[in-house]
Design a protein around this ligand. Structure first.
Ligand code: F6R
Length: 613
């Protein structure tokens, strides 16, 4: 996600800013920019692409000042481009700002400002917030910090903002809610960053700014206030982390960090779209192709790998909730087998990277035959996003671990929203059930957090117990079948153990021949309409000496008493439960991979973005 840096003090600001942005590159971004304060004027430089492109732009330009702010942008509102890159400049040209996060009510604020004659030079929510602050300052004739406080009380969403003002040549204004901000303290200087990596080597003393705090930063003074204008004492901490650890947020591997990111990634993917208390679902992408969807003779989901598993769950969801025929296709097969497609078909493309070659070509083929494409993509402005007629981004943030984790659960969350929204439009689902599912969906981030808080030690023990197994079987039924497939894929990828996913009842038609005392069998067996059936399948494995590792709903004593090892997850509707049952399987794969000394972040032979067929 976006990265932020700032410097104020006695040394040239530019080298700190540009080097700091490079240190934040690991967060993922698509454009970069810097604003410098030259005492009586502000100058902004920004460029789509890499920090290196910004550096090239700055070559030979005037940089000699001791105050500046910088930003790497991970697009959310508006495509990656020069105009959407930060910093933004206010209407008067006297304020400039960088922003990390999402302003959820930006549309309403923009509407207000448009009525007052404001015009905008980007598609971003950030430029709206900046002008909103300026407007408040002008109307109230107040100090900038007061205007920031008033504005932030009206804003919903998440932000870190850094502001420079022509009026205050010796000050950076900063505030945060939800997104991180660290201020490093030097002798007569301050360093700012989204994390501490840019300031390593400059200072060991840092202050982590908390939500709803406003910092007024001068070379030799850090004033911290809350939004009620009360002064707070900054809590100075010693920095004793290595750079690599900071980039991974303190986790040993990106994969583990990204597993732990999931409560936030799912929340971000639901945010602004699902309002369970008001019973409201907003998915403008679905609205924009509403007529096509309602008239569709079928929906075809096209994807690869983990995204294909999300698609399989999508099939179950959409067929059940919307009563539309759905087919799920491996993009690599679909593109070569001359499928029957015409303008009555809607294709859902699912892709984390948005660049997977097979998926892209499959979509181009379908589009050329008249189908409508709906993209569920993580990377804004990627090729699949651009090819789509409509879509809904997953807001999982950059996924660096090669094995997909948080992008997968974000895809599931968006598919849930898609199915619920389409069901609402079709009138195919009882309103009471819709509301119940919306409520349950909104509770998923905290339930995922609960699993992370309570089950990790149990999973670590299971990993250590079975780390030497040669094969694994993953079984599930109904909504848990795609999750069993995903569990097997994750284990294969990061531990190199052979693993197969199967529908639990299908096992007796062949794979049961593999079962002996050496074979761990993972059952994804949360409470659902086929629960009794899967308990019978567990008995069948147990009778043949297989080792049962189960993912069950808490309080399910029948299933847990049959198990050799058992992970419990919170109760949830069977349609929602896959978002939870995935988490222990990701952790199991991760810890087995670690036990076996595998490179979990970069498994052998795999690439993050498969841009070749
Ligand atoms: C597995 C994994 C891959 C991808 C697949 C599609 O952990 O990450 O199976 O899911 O290569 O990639 P995207 O989603 O980028 O199209």
């Amino acid at each position: 996600m976006c990265g932020i840096v700032g410097y104020i003090g006695h040394r040239p600001a530019y080298p700190y800013l540009i080097e700091g942005l490079k240190k934040l590159e690991y967060r993922g971004y698509d454009s970069a920019g810097i604003a410098l304060h030259f005492g009586n004027s502000l100058k902004v430089f920004k460029k789509a692409g890499k920090v290196a492109a910004l550096e090239e732009l700055m070559n030979g330009l005037e940089q000699s000042t001791n105050i500046g702010i910088g930003h790497t942008r991970w697009a959310t509102h508006g495509a990656p481009s020069d105009r959407n890159a930060h910093p933004h400049i206010s209407r008067s040209g006297k304020l400039t700002m960088v922003h990390n996060g999402i302003i959820e009510n930006y549309a309403a604020l923009k509407e207000e400002l448009l009525k007052k004659g404001y015009t905008f030079h980007s598609d971003t929510d950030s430029e709206v917030l900046l002008n909103f602050i300026e407007d408040i300052q002008l109307n109230n004739n107040c100090e900038l910090e007061e205007a920031i406080r008033i504005a932030l009380k009206r804003v919903t969403g998440a932000y870190v903002i850094l502001l420079l003002s022509e009026e205050y040549p010796q000050t950076i204004f900063a505030a945060r809610k939800g997104s991180p901000l660290v201020i490093g303290i030097g002798q007569g200087e301050h360093f700012l960053g989204s994390d501490a990596s840019p300031m390593l080597g400059y200072t060991k003393e840092v202050v982590y700014i908390n939500d709803y705090e406003l910092a007024i930063i001068k070379p030799d003074e850090l004033i911290l206030k809350n939004l009620g204008n009360e002064r707070l004492t900054p809590f100075v901490q010693k920095l004793d982390m290595e750079l690599a650890t900071i980039e991974k947020g303190g986790y040993e591997h990106f994969m583990l960090k990204e597993i732990h990111d999931q409560p936030e990634a799912i929340y971000d993917s639901l945010r602004g779209r699902l309002d369970a208390t008001q019973h409201q679902l907003t998915l403008s992408g679905v609205d924009s192709i509403k007529d096509k969807l309602l008239a569709a003779r079928r929906i075809i989901i096209v994807a690869c790998g983990t995204s294909w598993h999300a698609g399989l769950l999508g099939e179950y969801l959409i067929e059940e909730l919307c009563r539309i025929n759905v087919e799920v296709e491996y993009a690599s097969e679909f593109r070569y087998r001359n499928p029957v497609i015409d303008e009555r078909d809607v294709i859902i493309a699912i892709s984390q990277s948005g660049e997977t070659a097979d998926t892209l070509v499959a979509l181009e083929n379908a589009k050329s035959k008249g189908a409508t494409i709906f993209g569920i993509v993580n990377v804004v402005g990627s090729s699949i996003a651009r090819l789509s007629d409509a879509g809904a981004y997953t807001h999982a943030g950059p996924e660096i671990g090669v094995a997909s984790t948080k992008a997968f659960t974000a895809q599931l969350a968006v598919l849930q929203l898609f199915a619920l929204k389409l069901a609402q439009l079709k009138g195919s689902l009882d309103e009471r059930i819709t509301q119940e599912l919306m409520q349950e969906l909104s509770e998923v981030p905290q339930k995922v957090q609960h699993i992370l808080d309570t089950q990790i030690d149990i999973i670590k023990k299971i990993a250590s117990k079975y780390k030497d197994a040669r094969d694994f079987l993953f079984l599930g039924r109904g909504y848990n079948f795609p999750i069993a497939l995903e569990g097997a894929l994750k284990l294969k990828e990061v531990s190199y153990i052979h693993a197969e996913g199967y529908p639990a009842a299908e096992m007796k038609h062949g794979p049961i021949a593999l079962v002996d005392e050496q074979l761990p069998v993972v059952f994804v067996a949360t409470k659902d309409r086929v629960h009794e059936k899967i308990v019978s399948n567990m008995q069948e494995i147990k009778a043949r000496g297989g080792k049962l590792i189960t993912i069950v709903t808490e309080d399910d004593h029948t299933a847990s008493s049959l198990s050799d090892d058992c992970v419990q997850i919170p109760k949830a509707h069977e349609i929602i439960a896959p978002l939870l049952s995935t988490i222990p399987l990701q952790l199991l794969a991760y810890y087995i991979g670690i036990e076996r000394g595998a490179d979990v972040d970069k498994p052998r032979n795999l690439a993050k973005s498969v841009t070749v067929e």
